[in-house]
Design a protein. Structure first.
Length: 438
């Protein structure tokens, strides 16, 4: 994208009604953005249908959920689940009797990995097997789904797949240094991307985060055509991240977490949505703000921009409810630590010379640096220490507010989306929350 296209008005349209179908293309796990959309679908009276990524047996073979697992998953979703394993990525795929890409990483060590080479001819065979497996599973899922959706119904496909880091012991140590290390423990993210290990990870990210969206759109073409011919409408959404506009020195400015290694796959996801849009398919990627989730907690410092939401709540006329959010957050801090002091630390962080070098939209996603790691990780740890309880943070509360806002924003905007890629910045998040709690 040449520049961010922001959602700047709270959407009012809603084409979805009782009897329409909401399809979650990705399993619902713990806290995360997907919960917000599921809640909105439930409020609208839609029938909710999900899928599963499946589970691995003791030999790493992919299998469906067993009866107990299926019951738990359906209770968690609040709907039916098509029990066909849809695990994206190829890190555990291989020709029979041959090593999977993850197995090929076993010899890598913390000293050798930047220079260790992988067998790319073999990896390409594994990738082809993994992609073919996934596409075949999509075909089976769509065949079953087709019989579950009546003519004339509107259908909302919500893609939630992301990730793809191979489960290699060496990568845990590498990730701790790239995303959490400073000083002598700092490691350059660019060194990872230039290595064979990094190139494998980026390829797997593409398959999980982006190409799975393409397979969803392609695989549901027959359903889309039938629904359109019978008077219904079909929409697709996906979750992106490409920085967020937050309040910095009194005005909304784009900023980003660095280094977001999945950024390359998220940009591919954007391109897939744009190409589908140009082909007449209403597919929209929503670039959402930084929050704390089970998957984002590895990225120390990703939560820092979230603090500025408190400023946006007031700027967007939150009134008494905004003041209450300030009080809730203030109460989480130790005696002697003020919320104003915390927010000033965030202002100083964003205004620093180091951070100014990373506020370049066209250069995203930029590699990390020693100066950035020292500043960002240090600021994150300093702010955590201001709290009464490290397990009950201001960012937990603010993350829940963002989830609460993104659900209705995405759900209603998807009825008549303005573009294939939209940014949900702190201004529209605050406006939505303030309206909901007025």
């Amino acid at each position: 994208m040449a520049s961010p296209i922001s959602l700047n008005q709270i959407p009012q349209t809603n084409i979805f009604r009782p009897g329409d179908v909401f399809v979650l293309f990705g399993e619902l796990f713990g806290r995360g953005y997907a919960n917000g959309l599921v809640n909105e679908a439930r409020k609208a009276g839609m029938e909710i249908i999900g899928i599963t990524v499946g589970r691995r047996d003791e030999n790493n073979a992919l299998r469906p959920l067993d009866d107990a697992e299926l019951a738990v998953a359906e209770a968690n979703l609040g709907g039916r689940i098509i029990n066909v394993p849809l695990m994206a990525g190829f890190d555990l795929d291989a020709p029979a009797g041959e090593p999977a890409p993850t197995d090929m990483l076993g010899h890598l060590t913390l000293k050798s990995w930047p220079d260790d080479k992988l067998d790319w001819q073999h990896i390409e065979k594994c990738r082809a097997i993994g992609v073919n497996r996934f596409k075949n599973a999509v075909t089976e899922v769509m065949a079953r789904l087709d019989g579950m959706i009546a003519d004339g119904r509107n259908v909302f496909f919500a893609h939630t797949m992301a990730g793809g880091i191979p489960k290699a012991k060496v990568f845990l140590a590498i990730a701790n240094r790239i995303y959490k290390g400073r000083g002598e423990r700092f490691m350059s993210s660019q060194v990872l991307l230039d290595s064979d290990l990094g190139k494998l990870i980026l390829q797997n990210f593409d398959e999980v985060t982006a190409n799975s969206f393409q397979h969803l759109i392609d695989g549901s073409a027959a359903i889309r055509a039938r629904i359109a011919a019978s008077g219904g409408q079909v929409r697709y959404t996906a979750y992106g991240y490409h920085g967020t506009e937050i309040l910095i020195n009194g005005r909304y400015q784009w900023q980003t977490y660095t280094n977001y290694t999945q950024g390359y796959a998220k940009m591919l996801l954007e391109r897939i949505a744009a190409a589908s849009w140009n082909a007449g398919v209403k597919a929209t990627v929503y670039n959402c703000p930084e929050i704390r989730t089970n998957s984002s907690d590895i990225f120390v410092g990703v939560e820092l921009p979230l603090m500025s939401l408190l400023l946006a709540l007031k700027k967007e006329n939150g009134g008494a409810w905004a003041e209450e959010q300030w009080r809730i957050c203030r109460d989480l801090l130790q005696d002697g630590n003020s919320l104003e002091t915390l927010l000033q630390k965030i202002e100083d962080f964003n205004a620093s010379e180091v951070m100014q070098g990373f506020h370049d939209f066209d250069a995203w996603p930029m590699p990390n640096s020693t100066a950035l790691a020292d500043l960002m990780i240090g600021a994150s740890e300093e702010i955590v220490q201001m709290h009464k309880d490290r397990k009950t943070l201001i960012t937990d509360h603010l993350s829940s507010l963002v989830l609460e806002a993104t659900g209705p924003l995405m759900f209603h905007e998807t009825s008549n989306p303005a573009a294939p890629v939209l940014w949900l910045n702190h201004d529209i998040i605050a406006q939505q929350l303030n309206q909901m709690h007025a």
